[in-house]
Design a protein. Structure first.
Length: 310
């Protein structure tokens, strides 16, 4: 696995790759704009050239948190579509490899309708940027509120119904997996989770990981990241991931709060890299893990069918 972190772009986008080198990153993730505003920046040719010259490892951009492609509110949908189009165009200009998207929240429409709405909107977006070179990655969610994409069936349906082919993929967040009910902290749970993912989505669609421990228990449906080894997931999961041959060369990015005593992510990256080929940490005992807060169902209410015109 190509281990790295989400790096700051303070002082200019071109600063992030240098920060990644200090942290010994083999991949980095950045925001190409303020993630909490709709306003889109205008990149000068010099800024694009500087970033491309500084880029030495795979780079992911993370799209704005305001984007919601699952809603039925016309104004939010239009802003969201425009934001995704702008991100794909900007990231392509910068030579960024992947752009990560939270699909959105259905806000009462129901998960199935929300999933179909996301797929319909993504289909329109991809048609508007036929020359974009940045691959769009759907990130699984923790299932907080009415967010869609916390179940593999939903992620698989978004990919299938969008029909984006090799222009799309998946970014799996470990904390979101755990919070949404997938018991990846145990050996059996890890195996079952990826067997389910292969059946519902396909392992070949995994293009990146967000490597985050969890402040919240299994099935909590709460999105709260923790530093590796300091949360409820335990070290054995991360040892398994970095040694899993199926994920060789795939970027694995830390999204935890940066450390203030030394390079922000170097200690955690060194910890993860030290797991490669090393003896496995002991597995967590079943009674040391919190039980699921709610029953987790892997069955959708009915098969999804696209309403977008063929």
């Amino acid at each position: 696995m190509r281990i790295g972190a989400h790096e700051s772009v303070a002082g200019g986008l071109f600063q992030a790759p240098a920060r990644g080198e200090i942290d010994s990153c083999e991949a980095i993730q950045i925001f190409t704009k303020n993630s909490s505003t709709w306003r889109e920046p205008v990149l000068e040719a010099a800024a694009i050239e500087a970033f491309r010259a500084a880029k030495k490892v795979p780079v992911l951009s993370h799209m704005s948190y305001l984007i919601n492609l699952a809603t039925d509110k016309p104004d939010v949908l239009e802003k969201s579509k425009a934001a995704v189009v702008a991100e794909l165009e900007r990231s392509s200009a910068l030579g960024i490899d992947y752009a990560v998207l939270h699909p959105g929240a259905h806000l009462g429409l129901g998960a199935d309708k929300g999933v179909l709405r996301v797929a319909e909107m993504l289909g329109e977006i991809l048609e508007r940027v036929p020359n974009a070179t940045t691959k769009l990655l759907i990130e699984n969610t923790a299932g907080q509120g009415t967010c869609v994409g916390c179940r593999f069936e939903e992620v698989g349906a978004i990919l299938k119904e969008t029909r984006g082919g090799d222009r799309m993929g998946v970014c799996l967040d470990t904390q979101h997996l755990f919070a949404s009910g997938y018991d990846i902290a145990t050996d059996d749970g890890y195996a079952h989770t990826f067997e389910t993912f292969e059946r519902e989505v396909g392992l070949a669609n995994i293009q990146a990981f967000h490597l985050n421990d969890s402040k919240k228990p299994l099935g909590s449906r709460v999105d709260r990241h923790e530093h590796i080894g300091e949360g409820l997931l335990g070290l054995r999961l991360f040892w398994r991931l970095v040694n899993d041959a199926r994920f060789k060369e795939i970027p694995g990015l830390l999204e935890t709060e940066p450390r203030k005593d030394g390079p922000p992510y170097r200690a955690e990256i060194d910890l993860l890299r030290g797991f490669v080929g090393a003896e496995a940490p002991p597995p967590p005992k079943r009674d040391e893990l919190p039980p699921p807060i709610e029953t987790f169902s892997l069955a959708m209410s009915e098969p999804t069918k696209s309403k977008r015109k063929k």
